[in-house]
Design a protein around this ligand. Structure first.
Ligand SMILES: [Zn+2]
Length: 124
């Protein structure tokens, strides 16, 4: 169960970030607009799963990071999950660079999903 404080700070960050993921810069959906999101990017519900907006602690809770707004950014589920698959998660700055490099090479998220989202963004 996600706490109310985290939820509030996630939404606040998402709005500030124009609903783009802090790491990969791709658009994200919230539970309120999931269907609309999938439709506008031509994705199935399953394909859109990784682009759900989640709260990301810049400084991990295990390292003493708190739930305050300055420590919470909005990141897509995919980036959030991948960062924490490292035994020692990279710093936010390093991880952002890593993700940006991968995106530039088209090697982030399943290719079909990345292509659909990017082509929709270009045509908007
Ligand atoms: Zn992301």
């Amino acid at each position: 169960m996600v706490s109310k404080v985290i939820q509030k700070n996630r939404l606040r960050s998402a709005t500030k970030q124009n609903n783009r993921c802090f790491y990969c810069g791709l658009p994200m959906w919230h539970s309120a607009n999931q269907d609309e999101f999938s439709q506008s990017y031509n994705l199935s519900t399953k394909q859109a799963h990784g682009l759900q907006c989640t709260a990301e602690h810049l400084k991990a809770k295990s390292d003493g990071g708190g739930n305050e707004h300055s420590n919470i950014v909005a990141a897509c589920r995919y980036c959030n999950k991948k960062r924490h698959q490292y035994r020692k998660p990279p710093s936010p700055e390093r991880y952002k660079k890593l993700v940006t490099d991968r995106i530039a090479k088209g090697k982030w998220l399943p290719e079909s999903i990345l292509c659909r989202v990017q082509s929709t963004l270009i045509n908007q």
